[in-house]
Design a protein around this ligand. Sequence first.
Ligand SMILES: Nc1ncnc2c1ncn2[C@@H]1O[C@H](COP(=O)(O)OP(=O)(O)OP(=O)(O)O)[C@@H](O)[C@H]1O
Length: 436
Amino acid sequence: MPTDKAQALVVDDETDILELLRITLARMEIRAVTATSLVEARARLAEQPFDLCLTDMKLPDGSGIELIRHIAAHHPELPVAMITAYGNMDSAIEAMKAGAFDFVSKPVELQRLRQLVGAALKLAHRPGGEHGGERVPQLLGDSLAMAQIRQLIAKLARSQAPVFVTGESGTGKELAARLIHAQGPRRDGPFVALNCGAIPHDLVESELFGHKKGSFTGASSDKQGLFQAAEGGTLFLDEVAELPLQTQVKLLRAIQEKAVRPLGTQRELPVDVRLISASHRDLNAEVERGRFRQDLFYRINVIELRMPPLRERRGDIPALADWLLARIAEKSGADGPLRLAPEALAALARHPFPGNVRELENILERATALCEHSLIEIDDLYLPDPAPTQHDATPDVAAPCTAPAEPTHWDHAAAARRLGMSQRSLHYRLTRLGIE
Ligand SMILES: Nc1ncnc2c1ncn2[C@@H]1O[C@H](COP(=O)(O)OP(=O)(O)OP(=O)(O)O)[C@@H](O)[C@H]1O
C-alpha cells in the first residue's frame, strides 16, 4: 500500500486561488505543491515526480499551454489539466490539442475537480493499456501507419478530449474508439455506441437524451438516454454526420454544458461522458454544404484520428488475414484456422478492398465456409476477376443447402458426403445458420 500521499503541482499566479485549490486537494488526501509562474513550475517539475498537474491559462511569464507542451515533452506520463476562465471553450480546446488530458473552468466546482483528480490518479497509478487478464480487442497491422495509430490511440486514451475518427467504412473506426476507451481511465465505465445513421430522425433525440413517459406518442414509460447510460464512460457516436441539424444543436449544448435534458422534462441532468464520434463522410464538406453545424464540428473534432484504407497499407494484409482466420475458426468451433495458399494471399494483396478490413473478414468467412481443404486456394476467395468470363458466381454463405440433412439422421459425416462438402464446411454452415 502506498504510504505517501498523491502529489499535485498547482500552477496559478493568483495566490488566493492557489490556496483554495491546495485546501480542496488536501481534503481529497492530495498534497499540493504550488508554483506561481512558468519558471517556478518547471523548477518544481525537475525536483520531484508528481501524480497530477493543474495549471492556469495565464501565467506572468507565459501561457499554461507552454507548460502543457513542456510536460508533454519532458514528463509525458504526468496528466496535466488546464484551469480555464468560465465559458472559454477555445482555450480548453487549445489545451487539449497541446496534450492536456482535461480542463476545468473557474470557479472550480468541487464535484468536477473530484472527477478530474480521480481520472488523473487512475492514469498516474495504472499505466499501460492492458486489462488484467481480460481480452482486449487489438488493432492489428505491421505497417508504419498502424504502428503510429496505435501510439496515437495510447496517447488519446490518456486524454478526455473529444476525438473524431475518420475513415472509409470497415477501416476500424469503432475498434479504435473501443481501444481509446479500454486503455484510458474510463475503462471501468461503460462504452456505449450509437450508429446515428441507423436510427429514425424522430427517435434520435430520445435515444440520446432520454424521455419522460408521455412526452410524445409512443413514450409509454420513462427512458434513460445514452448519455446517461454512458455515465463515467465513453459515448461513441458513429456516423455522426447523419444527425439531423436540430439534434446537432442539442448535442452541442449537451457537450458545452456537460448536461442533458430528457424530452418532456425541465431539469438538466449533469453527465460525465467522454465523446468519441466517427463518420465516413468528409465533415468539412458537410459543413460547407450546410448539412453539419460548424460549431459542433469544432467541438467534436478537437483531435482527429484518421484510419487509413487497407489498400494504403497492403503490408498489413497477411497478419490481419491470419488473425481473422483464427477468429472465424474460434467462432465456428472448428479445430483450427484454415491457412491461405501463397497465390491466394498474393491475390488478396492485389485486391483494392473498397470495404476494407470488414470486406477482408467477409471474404475469409466465405472462403472458410466453402473451402474443402485446410488450405484456402485462390478460387475459394471468389474475388471479382477483371476478366469478364469468371464474373458470375459469388456464392452466399447463408444459401440453402442443396440437399436436406434429415435423411442422414444428423450424422454430420454422412450429410457432408451427400452434400459434397467437407465436414468442416458443413459444421461452419450449421453454426452460421443457427442449426444445432
Ligand atoms: N486493424 C485491425 N485489426 C483487427 N481487426 C480490425 C482492424 N480494423 C478493422 N478490424 C475489424 O474489422 C471489422 C470492421 O471494423 P469497424 O467496425 O471498427 O470499422 P468501422 O470503420 O467502424 O466501419 P463502419 O464505418 O462501417 O461502421 C471489425 O470486425 C473489426 O474488429
